[in-house]
Ligand binder design. Structure first.
Ligand code: ZN
Ligand code: FE
Length: 258
């Protein structure tokens, strides 16, 4: 495997807030979560990239909606979680599995992260975390099919990854997420800094991703459910809340949803 070729991770904007990620070496490309087909196909054409595979994190339409049309042009393997709601899979992967490509030179491990959906998975290595809708910058996915306990356990897996891991999530929600996070932790200096950076990035029309996991651990309330300030905010919001991480997570998630 040629590990000398630097990989590019390029965000392809689809719909209002989605990013499909193109991982490529300048010639060969793997696509992650193409919710629509037109923009990824145009990108592949423009950059003269050969598509090698499609990776999917979960079954939601804004992540898989482009797969059929892309396959019609580029019949490649489709790798994702074992879920009957994703009909196009050629390989079903679960926790502990590794996904390996020679071109582009890329190896990713799979983690199961139920919570947003019951079968959500993420792909990661030392450099990158392709988090789908489990972890956003300064936020996390809504609990459509899971309990706070499940999502807390899923986020704990991601929290354990190295500080330098870059987070590539599937939505541009960071500005809203910062506004909410500042309600939970108004005195968090790292968060104040991040919020200002994000405000400037969005004002300039720039993407707020990737971030590093170390920065997320310092600013993302959903990764900070063991922090005294976050526990206190949860207990003020819902008096009587237990100080265990899942209970605190549940309060913060409901607060954000409301
Ligand atoms: Zn989703
Ligand atoms: Fe989504």
């Amino acid at each position: 495997m040629n590990t000398n070729t630097p990989l590019t991770l390029h965000p392809i904007a689809t719909f209002e807030t989605n990013y499909a990620w193109a991982i490529h070496d300048g010639r060969h490309c793997v696509l992650v979560d193409p919710g629509s087909a037109a923009e990824p196909l145009a990108y592949l054409d423009r950059e003269s990239l050969t598509l090698k595979a499609i990776l999917l994190t979960h079954h939601h339409h804004d992540h898989i909606g482009g797969v059929d049309e892309i396959l019609a042009r580029h019949p490649v393997p489709v790798i994702g979680p074992a879920d009957p709601r994703i009909s196009q899979l050629t390989r079903r992967v679960s926790e502990g599995d590794t996904v390996r490509f020679d071109q582009p030179a890329l190896e990713l491990a799979v983690l199961e992260t139920p919570g947003h959906t019951s079968s959500h998975i993420v792909f990661h290595n030392d450099q990158m975390l392709l988090a789908g809708d489990t972890l956003f910058s300064v936020g996390c996915g809504r609990l459509f099919e899971g309990s706070p306990e499940q999502m807390q356990a899923s986020l704990d897996k991601l929290r354990a990854l190295p500080d330098s891991t870059r987070l590539y999530c599937a939505h541009e929600y960071t500005l809203d997420n910062c506004r909410f996070a500042l309600q939970v932790e108004p005195d968090n200096a790292a968060l104040q800094q991040r919020a200002e950076q994000v405000r400037q990035q969005r004002q300039a029309g720039q993407i707020t991703l990737p971030t590093r996991l170390g920065e997320e651990r310092a600013t993302n309330p959903f990764l900070r459910t063991r922090e005294p300030a976050v526990i206190a905010a949860a207990q003020q919001r819902e008096p009587g809340t237990d100080n265990n991480p899942a209970a605190v997570f549940g309060v913060i998630r409901r607060w954000k949803d409301g």
